[in-house]
Design a protein around this ligand. Sequence first.
Ligand code: NDP
Ligand code: MG
Length: 381
Amino acid sequence: MATESTKKIIVLGATGSIGKGACEVIAAHPDRFSLVAASAHSDAEGLSRVAREFGLSRVCLSGAAAPLDGFDFSAAGSAGLERLVRETEADIVLNAVAGAAGLFPSAWALDSGKDLALANKETMVAAGELVKDLAKKRGRRILPVDSEHSAVFQLINQIGADKVDEIILTASGGPFRDWPLDRFAGISLADALRHPNWSMGKKITVDSASMANKGLEVLEALELFPLGLGAIKVLIHRESKVHSLVRSRDGSLYAQLSEPDMRLPIQNALSWPGQLESPYGRLDLAGLSLSFEEPDTRRFPLLALAYEVGKRGGAYPVAYNAANEVAVGAFMAERLPFVGISEVVARTLESDFAARPESFDAVAEADARARRVASGILERR
Ligand code: NDP
Ligand code: MG
């Protein structure tokens, strides 16, 4: 039952892996959360299903030319999505849109005075400074949903930001962590989609196999937390039980542990600054062994490139993400081998992206330019 303390939530990307998890979390706490609007890109049936389940009156299909029938507010296209976000009265927007397309929705959410629960890591990678400035100006919060960043966020808030001097992001290492390097040339799409520990959308699953996902997460952490690149480490942790760690100034390590289940960080972002009971991810420690190892950057060149891009700054992070999206798209269409993904990204970064984008439009321009460069490289291959 909705009460005064019920948070009104908009879920963007409601038909995706994170979006569905968010809907489950919201449905599990009808006294605390109320879904007031939702979007999908082209999955009309999926969006209608969500709308029926929650009795929604406001929806948007951002990739369609015409809106769905039968709602108080129903929109289509990117302009429709902007209206949905800006004109719906809500406390918080959960942005689970896939890829760089999530950037403007993040800006619209903050600009119209809503908190932002952020699964869309591309927002922080491409425009961290701009969204942080906007959040500050509007007095709203950015609450990370990405499991590693959720873990670090919770830990930093418990320990105190002034005491933290290192962040360790954990990574499963994906399906190829033990493959001999000489087999990489023959990696198929099916191989790359076989993630050992997490069930996620396809693009992020491929990124986990290449560790571009961890590269993006390093850049995301650089924007979310007040520490330099040198204080952000990555360790391969095969069991995916420790979702990240922070080291305090006295050298102690603090970690967040749970079974891998995105519904836990989703719930934590939605309930912040409170915390609700959760059936998700409860871990039994007895009998558990945990391992940690340095990632091999020959195996995962996209991880090393992310650090390089973080060091260079400017629009290089925008270009890294955009080129990777183009290359992963080509890999998923079976037009590029797996090892070609890092080649296309590295060669795109040979172009000049040093100028720092000072506006969201400038970010979008740098993104479009990087896509053109990457597509050109793909065509000439
Ligand atoms: P999915 O591909 O499963 O879902 C993407 C959602 O976004 C769908 O609802 C889709 O609609 C919608 N969408 C796709 N393209 C556009 C577009 N151009 N404009 C607006 N909406 C669009 O992705 P995930 O749920 O896996 O990932 C979403 C985000 O969360 C990504 O940024 C990812 O990096 C991040 N994330 C995901 C995790 C996971 O466990 N899956 C973990 C941590 C972060 P439709 O169904 O109609 O196509
Ligand atoms: Mg993650």
